[in-house]
Ligand binder design. Structure first.
Ligand code: SAM
Length: 212
């Protein structure tokens, strides 16, 4: 997931606004206690997400894929006091960890966690809600379905942000279901004239798409 080498990666971190103490705690706890800690977005992508929230004056965010809460809290820190973030997560163990950290942050009150398979949550619990920014970062096989299910939930002019669109380079020769899910999603987005989009090589690849 590190396309530019350790030295330049560290240089990026060293020249980015440093994360809050609680974000650092989440990263340290996740590294020491959780499987697949590399799923956590980390300091540069976290600050990138927070910056996107701030420059778009976003008030309402939908996140799909909470894990231990790093990206959700980074984005919540960029929201105004009355901003709101809904996040979907399958695993109760991840929710338990994230909730403990959110309770310690003044921005935690902006975050509502929805437990269960995100596709079910989207249709059953979040029906009718509309967001300024949607961040996709859950199971990659379902990226095409998330794209379809979230379209009506993103306001016109809103921003879709999608993580792992390069999938460590596997998009060039897809083999697994996850590889194929991302490739299919990338094609769907590229061919959808309802969006204007750009694919960036930040970390594992991030696509930004504005809904026209
Ligand atoms: C890459 S991690 C999210 C990382 C997080 N955004 C961060 O920056 O720390 C993906 C998360 O999606 C969750 N997930 C996987 N399949 C899911 C599903 N069908 N519905 C909801 N969450 C799911 C996983 O349990 C995992 O916590």
């Amino acid at each position: 997931m590190n396309f530019i080498g350790d030295d330049l990666s560290k240089y990026l971190v060293d020249h980015t606004t440093q994360p809050s103490a609680i974000l650092n705690e989440i990263a340290a706890y996740t590294g020491a206690n959780c499987d697949l800690p590399q799923m956590l977005t980390g300091p540069v992508e976290g600050q990138f997400l927070k910056t996107l929230v701030q420059i778009t004056s976003t008030q309402r965010i939908l996140e799909i894929g909470l894990f231990t809460g790093y990206s959700a809290l980074a984005m919540a820190e960029g929201l105004p006091e009355d901003g709101q973030l809904d996040t979907c997560e399958l695993e109760q163990k991840h929710i338990d960890i994230a909730s403990k950290f959110f309770a310690k942050s003044p921005h935690g009150k902006k975050i509502t966690i929805h437990q269960g398979p995100a596709l079910k949550t989207l249709t059953e619990k979040l029906d009718g809600r509309v967001y300024d920014l949607i961040f996709l970062d859950a199971d990659k096989e379902n990226y095409p379905a998330y794209f379809e299910q979230t379209f009506s939930k993103l306001r016109s002019g809103g921003l879709l942000v999608v993580d792992n669109v390069l999938w460590s380079g596997a998009v060039l020769s897809p083999k697994t279901g996850a590889d194929k899910g991302i490739v299919k999603f990338n094609k769907l987005l590229q061919n959808d004239n309802r969006f204007e989009n750009v694919m960036l090589s930040i970390r594992d690849g991030i696509s930004l798409a504005i809904k026209k």
